[in-house]
Design a protein around this ligand. Sequence first.
Ligand code: FAD
Length: 479
Amino acid sequence: NLILFWHRRDLRLADNTGLAKAIAKSSKVVGLFCLDPNILKADDVASVRVTYMIGCLRSLQEKYTQAGSQLLILYGKPTESIPKLASALNARAVLWNWDVEPYSQERDRTVIDALKEKGIEYPESKNWDQLLHAPEDIRSGSGGVYTVYTPFWRNWSQKPKVFPQDIENLASLENLTEVEQEIAQQNGTVELPSAKDLGYEWEGELIIAPGEIAAQEQLEEFCYSAINEYQEQRNFPAVPGTSLLSPALKFGVISIRTVWEATVEALENSRSDETKANIETWQKEIAWREFYQHAMYNFPELASGAYRDTFKNFPWESNEKHFQAWCEGKTGYPIVDAAMRQLNETGWMHNRCRMIVASFLTKDLLLNPQWGEKYFMQRLIDGDLSANNGGWQWSASSGMDPKPVRIFNPASQAQKFDPEGEYIRQWVSELRSFDTRCLLTGNITPLERQAVSYPEPIVDHKVQQRLFKGLYKQQKELI
Ligand code: FAD
């Protein structure tokens, strides 16, 4: 009667839709995580993300042990190794939660086919555990898929939400027998490796500790304080005004229903319309996450390039030196460099700065947004196909967003959102002693730059802006 529950982006026991169904069917439920070489050996993996994920798996193993069961770790291609293991263990079913990503959908279909062949049960329905609403449930009046956020939000926010559920019988799970343990080992299960064992070493601190407890505490702390000023504070990269929950949400270390419930409670406890507006602004960010996941599900072609025709054959430049300078935070534009250094040093970047550097890469350096998108995936602790692709397509103006050309001026962004130059000083240490005005406008003479080994601006914003607009006009006319 054994059921294997395959964890992927749901590294928790609490309020886990698919796991609850598995436990309702059998008391012998063993967790399974598959270290997939297709993912781990791809060229868009970040050491910091693997480190966080391994930490979360370790913590999930402890939770399983406390519940009387265990989390098996399998190393191998899931399409082959999971059906093989399930069959060797004579498992009745392998169950899991669904995912929107194209790779995941294709992999799951192959796993299902292999399980079917062996007479092993698989999920009967799509468990959209990581979303508040299934992609199929959010449709416009005419039944179409939303491509614009605001009408999506209006519909999505009105729909009743499910609240977190305790999983019954979780405390009385059975484990594998000794014989079964041996069979599992003979069929590919391994000890949980460290990130370093997998070739991904991250020695820096993590912005959030791995595991369910840390995520829950972070949510509570945020909902107690920063959420009440979120609307204003979320835009200032020097201020700790956002939740830092993105890695936990990416790996499902916290359930999205738990997060939503916390916002509803915060709304109930709020005394002023102003506070309510702040909380609602954060809810809208949660909805952006879903908007992009629904978009990826409905338009998987987003993963491979521009959505808009104007950008499908855009004559992007291929200046590797400019790209390198951008990656290293050496463009000579202080706010851009501060942001890229924050990313390189911490594995995370503030949202305002993600928009600034993405606009700079595409509209100032005229480089292909896919270069930036990939670099982000190679560095971000929260790197996530749907959110990252959505953010890059938005910034490059190549996505579903109807605004034609959005160009950020780095100097005005810095003046508005880092008015004291605090963020720039934190990350661009060679500019620490400069006058705030110089930091913000970038008006630093060549001699001054030379003295502190800070580079000259690699391009002229005004010139590049004109160039970009010209190219955009040309492309539009061609269509
Ligand atoms: P908060 O402000 O506290 O927001 C709460 C949660 O809402 C976040 O944790 C996240 O899950 C979600 N969220 C917030 N803003 C967005 C958004 N614009 N799009 C989608 N979800 C959002 N987010 C990722 O999780 N992974 C990525 O790989 C990613 N890449 C991005 C690339 C670019 C170019 C841009 C402009 C944005 C990207 N974002 C990405 C969105 C956003 O920057 C991060 O989610 C946010 O900075 C995470 O910090 P936080 O948890 O403190 O966010």
